[in-house]
Design a protein around this ligand. Structure first.
Ligand SMILES: C[S@@+](CC[C@H](N)C(=O)[O-])C[C@H]1O[C@@H](n2cnc3c(N)ncnc32)[C@H](O)[C@@H]1O
Ligand code: SF4
Ligand code: SF4
Length: 388
C-alpha cells in the first residue's frame, strides 16, 4: 500500500484549468482579500499567457502552437508591453500574477518580464513544463524568488515523455530541474494531467512526488482543445469518461487512505440528498473568472479564462478599466443551463462554463462527458463500500 498519510498531505485537487494555480495555497489574509475582491467585482489576480509556442507538443494541449504557426497568426508581445500591461493591472488592484503559455520560459525576454512584474510588487507564480530550467535559470529564480513554480509532470520516464509530449529527454530534464529548484528552496507544486499516454505511470508519478516531497494536483479530466483552429480527434488523446472516473477514484483512494470509506459514504449521502431537485436557471460563471480574475492572452486580449474560445475583449481599443467592466457585464449576464445547479452530482462535478462551451458548444449546454464521468464515479464508490 502507498504511504497514504504522507501522500494525503501532498494532494491538491486541480480544477478549472489554470485558475486554481494562482489562488490555491494562499494564506488566510490573502484568501480574505480574494473574497473581498470577488464581492466587489474587483480584479485581484491575473494570468499573462506570454506565448502559445512551446518546446514540447503534448497531445492533449489546448493552446500549443509551433513558432511558425504563432508567427503566422500574430506577434508575441515584448517585455516592455507586458510590463506596461502589468502596471495597468496593478493600477486596477491586481496583486497575484500567473505567468503561463505555451511555455513561458521560451519567451526570449522571460527574465525581463519576470523581473519587471516583480518590481511592480506583484506576487508571481509560474506554470512551466520545467524542461528549460537549467542551473542558470534556477540561480535566476533563487535571486528573485517566485511565489511558486507549478511544474506539470507528464510521466515517470523518458519513454512516456516521448509518447505524450514528443520530448524523449523530458523526464530527465524535469527531474534535474526539480533538484535544482529544491536545492535553492524554491516552492514547487506538481500538476498531473492523466491521459491515455501516461496513465500507466500514475503510481510512479505519485511515488516521484513523495520522493521529493512536493504537493501534487492531479486531474484526469481534459478539456477539448476548443481554442485550436483544428480540434482533431481530441477524444483519442484523453481518457474515456469511465476511465477518467476510475483514475479519479484510484487517486482518491491513494490520497485519502484509511479515510476513504468515510469520504465515500459522505459523498454518496450528499448525492442521495440532492436527488429530484427542481431545475433552476443561474446567471454568471459561478467562479472567480471575470469576477476577481482575468486572463490576457498572448495577443494582448482580455478574457475571463484561457480555456474559453472567443469571448475576448480588445484591450488596445477599450483600455484596462473599461475592458474589465465589459468583462464583468459579459460574465454576470451569461446564462447557464438549468440542469447543473441542482444536479445531484454538483458537489463532485468539475463542470464550469469553459467545459460547457468546450464539450457542448455553448455556455448553456450540458457537458455529457462530465455527466458520464460522475455517474461512473458514483458507481465505483457504491461498489467499494457496498452502499445501500
Ligand atoms: C497549457 S500548459 C502551459 C504551461 C506549461 N507549458 C505546462 O505544461 O505546465 C498549462 C497547464 O494546462 C494543462 N493542460 C493542457 N492541455 C489541457 C487540457 N486539454 N485540459 C486540461 N488541462 C490541460 C497542462 O498540462 C498544464 O498543466
Ligand atoms: S508543455 Fe504545456 S504548453 Fe507545451 S504542449 Fe505541453 S501542455 Fe502545452
Ligand atoms: S455536468 Fe452533468 S453531472 Fe455535472 S453538474 Fe452538470 S448535469 Fe450534473
Amino acid at each position: 500500500m502507498y504511504k497514504i498519510r504522507r501522500c494525503s498531505r501532498l494532494f491538491k485537487r486541480q480544477v478549472g484549468g489554470n485558475l486554481m494555480e494562482i489562488l490555491d495555497g494562499i494564506s488566510t489574509m490573502e484568501n480574505y482579500l480574494c473574497d473581498m475582491a470577488s464581492m466587489e467585482w474587483r480584479p485581484i489576480a491575473a494570468t499573462f499567457e506570454l506565448l502559445p509556442a512551446c518546446n514540447m507538443d503534448c497531445k492533449m494541449c489546448y493552446v500549443r502552437m509551433s513558432m511558425k504557426e504563432m508567427n503566422e497568426r500574430g506577434r508575441m508581445m515584448n517585455a516592455d508591453e507586458w510590463i506596461e500591461m502589468g502596471q495597468k493591472a496593478v493600477d486596477e488592484g491586481v496583486l497575484f500574477m500567473l505567468l503561463t503559455g505555451g511555455e513561458p520560459l521560451l519567451h526570449p525576454q522571460f527574465k525581463e518580464i519576470y523581473e519587471g512584474l516583480r518590481r511592480l510588487g506583484l506576487i508571481v507564480n509560474i506554470n512551466t513544463n520545467a524542461t528549460l530550467i537549467d542551473e542558470e535559470m534556477a540561480n535566476f529564480f533563487a535571486k528573485n524568488k517566485p511565489r511558486r513554480v507549478n511544474i506539470s509532470l507528464y510521466g515517470a520516464s523518458n519513454e512516456t515523455y516521448k509518447n505524450l509530449c514528443n520530448n524523449p529527454k523530458g523526464f530527465t530534464q524535469v527531474e534535474n530541474a526539480i533538484k535544482l529548484l529544491k536545492a535553492r528552496n524554491i516552492h514547487i507544486k506538481l500538476n498531473f494531467c492523466i491521459t491515455p499516454y501516461n496513465i500507466m505511470d500514475m503510481d510512479k508519478m505519485i511515488e516521484f512526488a513523495e520522493k521529493y516531497e512536493i504537493p501534487v494536483a492531479p486531474t484526469s479530466y481534459m478539456y477539448p482543445p476548443n481554442r485550436k483552429e483544428k480540434l482533431g480527434d481530441y477524444n483519442a488523446h484523453r481518457l474515456t469518461p469511465y476511465e477518467a472516473a476510475k483514475a479519479r477514484f484510484d487517486l482518491d483512494i491513494k490520497e485519502k487512505g484509511d479515510e476513504f470509506g468515510a469520504f465515500a459514504k459522505t459523498t454518496l449521502d450528499d448525492i442521495k440528498s440532492r436527488e429530484n431537485l427542481e431545475p433552476i436557471c443561474e446567471r454568471g460563471f459561478g467562479c472567480r473568472a471575470g469576477n476577481s480574475t482575468f486572463w490576457i492572452n498572448w495577443q494582448g486580449e482580455m478574457t475571463a479564462c484561457g480555456m474559453l474560445s472567443g469571448e475576448t475583449i480588445d484591450l488596445k481599443k477599450h483600455g484596462m478599466k473599461q475592458s474589465w467592466k465589459m468583462l464583468n457585464e459579459k460574465v454576470s449576464c451569461t446564462k447557464r443551463n438549468d440542469k447543473c445547479p441542482t444536479c445531484k452530482y454538483k458537489n463532485i462535478c468539475y463542470v464550469c462554463v469553459a467545459s460547457c462551451q468546450a464539450e457542448a458548444g455553448a455556455f448553456e449546454g450540458v457537458p455529457q462527458y462530465l455527466c458520464d464521468m460522475n455517474e461512473e464515479y458514483e458507481k465505483l464508490l457504491i461498489k467499494h463500500i457496498n452502499y445501500i
